[in-house]
Design a protein around this ligand. Structure first.
Ligand code: HEM
Ligand SMILES: *[C@@H]1O[C@H](CO)[C@@H](O)[C@H](O)[C@H]1NC(C)=O
Ligand SMILES: *[C@@H]1O[C@H](CO)[C@@H](O)[C@H](O)[C@H]1NC(C)=O
Length: 318
């Protein structure tokens, strides 16, 4: 009862303050399963300690979930006879990682809660938050109460996720189509302060672009030849296991790894340049704004109430 009252009160306040906030709230599981969040955090911390890159992979899963018809766990559904998921979409295929850790989390949480009460979509939001914290980023409050989709869309995954070849106006309009603005674009691209990318995604930049630091490009060409080596990895910033401002500092020096990264700082004194410079020198502002934009991204079209379901196994509908 107490849970319900606080949650409702929060919703009233949130609704008054921000009409588009949706119906999520921070204490959704506090009453039904107070062990849920600690159980998720423990698995994430273990996975990130084992392999720091996993923190980036888990953060990216939440992004790829939310940008395709909302944060509804659709990205986790496996292909099955008669069912096509999103895992073979161009931005996801041979690229998304962390599905086994999500399975591990789901099992741990079902056990901790003595039942199936935490949605896979919420697990993605919480795992992203805990991954960021595990790599030295800001702690923040996640809003919860999402439910899981019974559907997925390969087509929408191909169309709604921004590819790394996008120019600045394409990136801005893609984010706009998800209710996110310029500041969200710059701040959330700061997610590239952790993790790695495959050669195939930055090859053209190394060999065909001029707005790139020559020493940086030269060194990377050793790992990413003009032909072949498509799956060779390079870090997205100078410190891929630390949630810091090295990503923004790199952009100032022409050391953005992806074409889309460097689009945010072109040295033309545009609004985006200003934000990149600002965050490069203000880690606490980056942290605070990253938390705000993550909550905003996490609010994209969630299923709530009686919509969807709580999946027993994140890979398939019940
Ligand atoms: C602005 C548009 C974005 C584009 C074009 C983009 C593109 C990419 C690409 C191409 C990769 C490398 C994938 C591979 O080589 O397999 C990548 C990795 C990554 N992205 Fe983004 N991304 C964008 C925004 C975001 C956002 C908003 C987040 C999270 C807040 C994010 C988090 C990550 C992370 C953490 C990785 C590394 C994953 C790993 O190491 O497993 N990205 N992104
Ligand atoms: C960005 O790309 C779109 C689509 O290719 C193109 O129409 C537009 O002119 C480009 N914008 C800039 C500033 O290059
Ligand atoms: C670079 O541009 C050339 C000429 O447009 C093109 O043939 C080539 O595929 C591009 N990419 C690389 C990695 O060289």
């Amino acid at each position: 009862m107490a849970h319900f009252t606080f949650c409702m009160l929060f919703l009233v306040i949130a609704t008054l303050a921000l009409p588009s906030r949706g119906q999520l709230c921070p204490d959704f599981y506090d009453h039904v399963c107070p062990q849920a969040l600690p159980a998720i955090k423990a698995v994430v911390e273990r996975a990130v300690a084992r392999q720091p890159r996993m923190g980036g992979s888990l953060l990216r899963l939440h992004f790829h979930d939310c940008f395709v018809n909302g944060c509804d766990g659709s990205v986790l559904l496996d292909d099955a006879p008669g069912f096509t998921g999103e895992k073979t979409a161009t931005p996801n295929l041979n690229s998304l990682k962390g599905f086994k850790v999500i399975d591990e989390i789901k099992n741990a949480v079902n056990e901790a809660c003595h039942g199936n009460v935490v949605s896979c979509a919420d697990i993605l939001a919480i795992a992203a938050r805990d991954s960021v914290a595990a790599l030295g980023g800001p702690p923040y409050m996640v809003l919860l109460g999402r439910r899981d989709s019974r559907t997925a869309s390969l087509n929408d995954a191909n169309n709604d996720l921004p590819p790394p070849v996008f120019n600045f106006s394409q990136l801005l309009s893609n984010f706009g189509s998800h209710g996110l603005d310029l500041k969200d674009l710059v701040v959330l691209s700061g997610g590239h302060t952790i993790g790695q990318a495959r050669c195939t995604n930055f090859k053209d930049r190394l060999y065909n672009e001029t707005n790139i630091d020559q020493g940086f490009a030269g060194a990377l060409r050793n790992y990413c030849p003009r032909s072949g080596g498509d799956n060779n990895l390079a870090p997205l910033d100078a410190t891929p296991a630390s949630f810091d401002t090295a990503y923004f500092n790199g952009l100032l020096q022409g050391r953005g790894l992806l074409h889309s990264d460097q689009q945010l700082f072109k040295g033309d004194h545009g609004a985006s340049d200003g934000l990149v410079s600002f965050y490069s020198g203000n880690p606490y502002a980056f942290w605070a704004d990253f938390a705000v934009s993550m909550v905003k991204m996490g609010n994209i079209k969630p299923l709530t109430g009686n919509q969807g379901e709580i999946r027993m196994n994140c890979r398939k509908v019940n």
